[in-house]
Design a protein around this ligand. Sequence first.
Ligand code: NAP
Length: 301
Amino acid sequence: MKAVQFSAYGGPEVLQVADIDEPHAGPGQVRIAVRAAGVNPSDGMKLRAGCWRGRPIALPSGIGVEGAGVVDEVGEGSTDVSLGDAVFGYGINTAAQYAVLTHWARKPDGLPFAQAGGFPVVVETATRILAQIGVKAGETLLVNGAAGGVGSAVIQFARYRGIIVIGTASAPKHEYLRGLGAVPTTYGPGLVERIGHIAPAGVNAALDLAGPGILPTLLALVGDPSRVLSIVDATAPLHGAQGSFAPQNHPERVLSEAARLYTEGVFRMPLDKTFPLEEAADAYKRSAAGHATGKLVITLG
Ligand SMILES: NC(=O)c1ccc[n+]([C@@H]2O[C@H](COP(=O)([O-])OP(=O)(O)OC[C@H]3O[C@@H](n4cnc5c(N)ncnc54)[C@H](OP(=O)(O)O)[C@@H]3O)[C@@H](O)[C@H]2O)c1
């Protein structure tokens, strides 16, 4: 099969499409014929660092942790799924013609594969951090870095729960944020004053999805450090703030919930751009630049 591979650590330029053996579904897994694989900034970090969470990545390696497609192998003990089902979920080296999924949910008929392939990481992360920060209906949440994949999911889930959202992005993306239901403002110097005008009564909680160095400002705005959370700044606990850096063990329920919300017209994942498998390096270049609006996805078939 054709798969995106790297044989040396480095930037996106080390990614190539190669012919390799197909993977097979082990116990508790399924294999899919991949129709879409989401691109995540963390993939690029692994590629550059050659390790992830202290474990080295053996070469050659594939890339991609999420995808959507049609089940063509069901591993021993995998229940509630059949050959031919359309599913999306977490997997191993999903930027390929075939990939094994470890956690999945059924894809509704109306949900395009390209969106579904980009759901898992952003849906799981947004759900996890909204629960961890404990923000409630009627409260005001400030989201730093609101226009990327995670931010786009956070805004929609928070609005669905009746939370008022202020999101930061560069000025050309303010209409995009408004479209998702957030009040936009720019990041950078003067943020405290701008937020003071938008929310004179203050903000109740803040999520940092972008850094860098924004935590002191968010702490000053919120007051209570326990109501500030970062997914990008490992120093958050040193400031008394919360950090959240690892996915939950069983994301299936939140994936199913996102599929339901899509069907009800409450949630969607705007796609910044899709790329064919052969142009995966370009997808990762765009991701590394850090200015995607919504999600980047590699599509097949
Ligand atoms: N800890 C976890 O569990 C976890 C899980 C998922 C993701 N993450 C991390 O969270 C971050 C966001 O992920 P993502 O998938 O949403 O990334 P993404 O889609 O690549 O985010 C791109 C967005 O970031 C915005 N941005 C760039 N610099 C910014 C700045 N200085 N201030 C505010 N916004 C800025 C850009 O807006 P402009 O173009 O307007 O600048 C762009 O829309 C990544 O670093 C990712 O690795 C962590």
